[in-house]
Design a protein around this ligand. Sequence first.
Ligand code: TXA
Ligand code: MG
Length: 340
Amino acid sequence: METKVLLPTQKNIETVGDALRDGALVGIPTETVYGLAANALDGSAVKRIFEAKGRPADNPLIVHISDVSQIDRFHLVTEIPDSAKKLMDAFWPGPLTIIMKKGDVPDEVTAGLDTVAVRFPSHPVTKRIITAADVPLAAPSANTSGKPSPTAARHVFHDMDGKIPYIVDGGACEVGVESTVITVAGATPCLLRPGGVTLEQLENVIGHVEVADAVLHQLKEGQTAASPGMKYKHYAPSAHITLIRSSDEKYIEYVNDRAESGAAALCYDEDEPKLSVKTYPYGGRSDFDAQANRIFDVLRRIDEDGVETVYGRCPDTSGKAMAVYNRLIRAAGFEVIELA
Ligand code: TXA
Ligand code: MG
């Protein structure tokens, strides 16, 4: 199959809207990362998403809408709890996914769970595509399963060329990491995946939010993940990444000592001039927005350059850096060296 990359002209939006409604898979831009979309009401279309990505069948998808009224119109959930209403008012449209009790959604979307993840993206092109399709869209990130998520149309083309008919190019993604995922289906709201909306922002709106173990820690053998996606090795380039938790000086010394081996540094912008190895800066030390925005592109470039060994700065876990930490710790297979 030939994969066409389309600009978001009105005619092209109508073309992909019709194709989506008829069961095709389309790469779509959002403000977080690019998605691989299908008609969420069409179980067999949704099944093909799993095939194109090589995604494990037990990992549920997010349902994307372009208007809050579509939740009722398509009976996506059985009820909208008060906490969900507050979160929608505060953060939608935007990078927040809310998990509620499932209504009439095919089992292929929810991997058989009794809950469904719903998101209302803020990217204007995403809204136009969903509105043109006139159905909710199931969409995971548009990467091959396990690889870094795509933040540009060319990343989607790299992973999906020949597998899908269309990719809509909406430019570079602003947030750069996937949406924050929170469940309000249980007794206490629980953060399942950190993203563009921070834990602090969520708690300002609905009070205490628990944080699922898998967000910051590696699950133990036999422990089940509240969010199935969090249990897999993820976001990983082919390179071997080790994170270093240390002072600036210790990090620089550690990496420079290994310059002969051909290792590279996934560093903060400030470290670059002091390093004698190939550098992949992913943002300023305190510029968490830039770190989120750049991390996936940098991980992909490490692979394009054929780098084999990478020593990375271990990100902070506060604010938006929690999302960067959550992704990088998985890209590194939870391998962290502490230098006192
Ligand atoms: O920003 C985003 O959320 C992007 C864009 C395309 O919207 N989408 C995305 O989808 O990141 P995906 O499939 O890569 O990640 C969805 C995550 C997975 O970790 C999955 O396990 C979790 O959400 N999830 C989905 N439905 C769930 C449910 N009912 N219960 C628990 N976790 C769920
Ligand atoms: Mg993903």
